[in-house]
Design a protein around this ligand. Structure first.
Ligand code: ADP
Ligand code: NI
Length: 214
């Protein structure tokens, strides 16, 4: 590991001290490791991938009330303090800016491979067993219902169906988690996402089965 990566790890750990479980240091660590795993299979700039993975959630707006510009400024100041070149800084900031699920559709056609990699890694950490745990953890934090059997969610809901279902944790699977596998950019990402997707389908089957108590 380079000294720059070690320094970045310490910086991010310190910044995320006390963050909620969905976006804490351990989420960053998993995304960083997943990014490295995917990067091995692609022709890319490893330093840009690792820096972006480590810095991608430095100020998640939902919990820190931080705006996007603040996150970018914090990352820029840190990278400048480490004498990282302006070229690399711009690549990393572009990735941090464009990585989010919420921003999908706004990313330019020709997206850099490093963004594709870190975005896949971040999305993979949102699905599978870890994704399920993060989602119920978030739902608990919001005091949401786990599930409402009178309003069973499904894929491709109409706007009205969707509105009725908003707010249950199980609904979030249909709103986001089950859509992620088809949004993967890289071959390795697709492979990892498929396994976790299948696991979520099994989980949902079992969840509904146990709910019914037959
Ligand atoms: P991103 O960081 O990809 O933009 P979010 O910050 O919106 O996505 O969500 C991160 C994680 O928080 C999701 O993967 C999910 O586990 C959880 N989450 C977000 N919104 C909800 C919700 N409405 N219900 C349950 N979990 C949620
Ligand atoms: Ni993230």
């Amino acid at each position: 590991m380079t000294q720059l990566i070690e320094k970045t790890i310490s910086f991010v750990k310190e910044k995320l001290h006390g963050a909620e479980a969905g976006h804490d240091w351990f989420h960053i660590e998993r995304v960083w490791k997943l990014s490295r795993k995917i990067a091995e299979t692609e022709n890319c700039n490893q330093e840009v991938v690792e820096l972006s993975a480590l810095l991608h959630d430095i100020a998640d707006s939902k919990f820190h009330h931080g705006d996007e510009n603040l996150a970018l400024k914090i990352s820029r100041d840190f990278l400048e303090s480490q004498n990282v070149s302006e070229d690399i800084i711009q690549q990393v900031l572009f990735i941090i800016k464009n990585i989010s699920f919420k921003n999908r559709g706004e990313v330019p056609e020709e997206i850099p491979i490093e963004l594709k990699i870190v975005q896949d890694a971040d999305r993979i950490d949102a699905i599978g067993a870890i994704g399920i745990a993060r989602t119920f953890n978030f739902g608990g934090f919001k005091n949401n219902l786990m599930y409402d059997p009178n309003l069973p969610p499904k894929l491709n809901m109409t706007k009205e169906e969707y509105k009725k279902n908003e707010g249950t944790t199980i609904n979030h699977f249909y709103e986001k988690l089950l859509l992620l596998k088809d949004l993967m950019n890289t071959a390795k990402g697709k492979e990892l996402a498929q396994e976790r997707h299948d696991f979520m389908l099994k989980f949902l089957d079992e969840f509904y089965r146990e709910w019914r108590v037959e």
